[in-house]
Design a protein around this ligand. Structure first.
Ligand code: 3MF
Ligand code: MG
Length: 365
């Protein structure tokens, strides 16, 4: 058997979207969850990322037993399609009770709502057979710094994580950091913050991170170095690969679409550090362009997976002996040129004038 990592891929049903943005309504018709589940395997995906209400729509208005019944149906649909749930994330940013944040709201009743909702997400996760709970702390931050006590807010986030760990001793909490949007500033903006929270928690072995490319770029950081930091702590539970063209709204572009070299380095750091060998998923969190017509609703998913695999091939065919030699010579100009040629699939050639290596030889004579 090959000792190369066999990567598994996942995405969330929200990634097949109808194209609404803050300036205009939906432009494509919706598909049901069951229809979406039918496309995973043909597209090459076996993992499904869920928000709690992707599994059980309108769960706030349902009794416990109704929630469990619907979650069991979705669990059965997953098995029927040969799929597994990767995680469940409580949606703590939609309900009016989360306007001022979930765990960090200034209102005790609203904080309680966020905790109750998170516990329901764990109940749902159990029924669809995943131990993994993702916390994207969407509204845990501020628009106006004076509006909240940030130190108290950190303590409240930590208390919430500990409460979840205590509610079910088999769950894992994966924190997905993001620096802004919808907030001006979020309280857990980078993977460093998430990992600090993990170590501070009641059970550090059950708290880790999920890194999204676009979120790292929005923080002004290099996504592959963020991944390396988490890997160095053995705390990279999953990734949301996508892309982001500079500092603007969270674009969730297809993987590699804005910065192919950065995408190569993300694949490189994952591959070199054995990510995926314990069953971790290559998760995508990509948004379909609003211009796309109905029948191309899955193009961004197929393309992102394809470009991950092309870049994996680039990583696996990198001339590491040459790289080692260039590093030993501290010849980073040539290391960079080699990397670009490798990505372009070309070999060195002289256009006009001499190639740098020839100039160097000439200078020695
Ligand atoms: C926001 C995100 C979210 C999270 C998802 C899982 C809607 O920028 O990336 O996607 O990934 O909520 O928690
Ligand atoms: Mg994400």
């Amino acid at each position: 058997m090959s000792d190369l990592t066999q990567y598994r891929f996942s995405f969330g049903p929200w990634n097949i979207s109808e194209g609404a943005d803050p300036f205009g309504p939906e432009v494509r018709s919706p598909y049901t969850l069951e229809e979406k589940l039918g496309w995973y395997r043909p597209l090459g995906f076996e993992g499904v990322q869920f928000h709690d209400d992707d599994v059980v729509e309108g769960l706030d208005g349902l009794e416990h037993l109704q929630i469990i019944k619907r979650a069991r149906e979705v669990g059965q649909a997953l098995r029927d399609h040969g799929l597994v749930a990767e995680f469940v994330a409580p949606r703590l940013w939609f309900d009016p009770r989360t306007i001022d944040g979930g765990y960090t709201s200034n209102s005790p009743a609203e904080r309680q709502y966020a905790l109750d909702r998170s516990v329901k997400a764990i109940d749902i996760a159990r029924e669809i057979e995943t131990p993994n709970i993702v916390l994207w702390l969407a509204r845990e931050g501020s628009y106006v710094r004076e509006s909240k006590n940030a130190k108290t807010a950190y303590a409240r986030i930590l208390d919430a994580v500990n409460l979840l760990l205590e509610y079910d001793d088999s769950i894992q909490v994966w924190i997905e950091p993001k620096p802004n949007e919808p907030m001006d500033h979020a309280y857990v903006p980078t993977i460093g913050h998430a990992i600090a929270l993990a170590y501070q928690s009641a059970d550090p072995s059950r708290v880790s991170g999920l890194i999204e490319t676009a979120h790292a770029v929005l923080a002004g950081l290099d996504p592959s170095d963020e991944m390396a930091f988490a890997l160095a702590h053995d705390k990279l539970a999953s990734v949301h690969l996508n892309d982001q063209n500079g500092l603007k709204f969270d674009q969730d572009k297809s993987f590699g679409a804005a910065n192919l070299r950065s995408a190569y380095n993300q694949v490189r750091v994952l591959e070199q550090n054995g990510f995926g060998r314990r069953g971790e998923f290559i998760g995508l969190d990509v948004k379909l362009m609003r211009t796309q017509k109905q029948d191309g609703s899955m193009a961004h998913l197929a393309n992102s997976r394809e470009f991950f695999l092309h870049l994996l091939d680039k990583v696996r065919t990198t001339d590491t002996a040459l790289q080692d030699q260039l590093i030993a010579d501290r010849n980073y100009e040539e290391l960079e040129a080699y990397t670009l040629r490798h990505l372009l699939g070309v070999s060195a050639r002289v256009f006009e004038g001499a190639a740098p290596q020839q100039l160097q030889s000439a200078a020695k004579v």
